[in-house]
Design a binder for this molecule. Structure first.
Ligand SMILES: [Fe+2]
Length: 147
């Protein structure tokens, strides 16, 4: 397998995870209930808006590398590690689901960074350095809220 193909394959897995995370954040936005409803409803909207942007950046990176981004729901479900949210716990408890998703993404982003480094793929490296720092920031804020 060509080096760039390895990166493309990994990016398609990350894209699949991001698409599931996007829908999970929509689910949280729609179904959360409780005293903190307004804060949480708005927070999840901010998250899914950012995630939609990240989906686009990763898909377009795949295209720049000569690959084809997965574009069917069936491909996302088949390739994602992240599980779709079925039930949303009440209030701030729901934040734990967002933490789990961001932690899973962060672990995958670090793997991409390593693979991109091995392949001297600076563009992918730069994109994922940014994704890692913004995800770390969200995790810090989420964990501070839950502390
Ligand atoms: Fe809405």
């Amino acid at each position: 397998m060509k080096a760039s193909n390895q990166v493309v394959e990994k990016l398609n897995k990350v894209l699949s995870d991001l698409q599931v995370v996007y829908q999970n954040q929509r689910t949280l936005h729609w179904l959360v209930k409780g005293g903190d409803f307004y804060m949480l409803h708005n927070l999840y909207e901010k998250y899914y808006t950012e995630t939609a942007e990240e989906v686009d950046e990763v898909a377009e990176r795949i295209l720049m590398l000569g690959g084809v981004p997965y574009h069917q729901f069936s491909e996302y479900i088949e390739n994602a590690q992240v599980k779709p949210v079925v039930e949303v716990p009440k209030g701030k408890e729901s934040l734990k689901l967002a933490v789990n998703d961001y932690e899973a993404l962060l672990a995958s982003y670090r793997e991409v960074l390593e693979l991109a480094g091995e392949n001297n793929d600076e563009g992918t490296n730069a994109l994922f350095s940014d994704l890692i720092s913004s995800t770390e920031k969200k995790l810090w804020m989420l964990k501070s809220t839950l502390a």
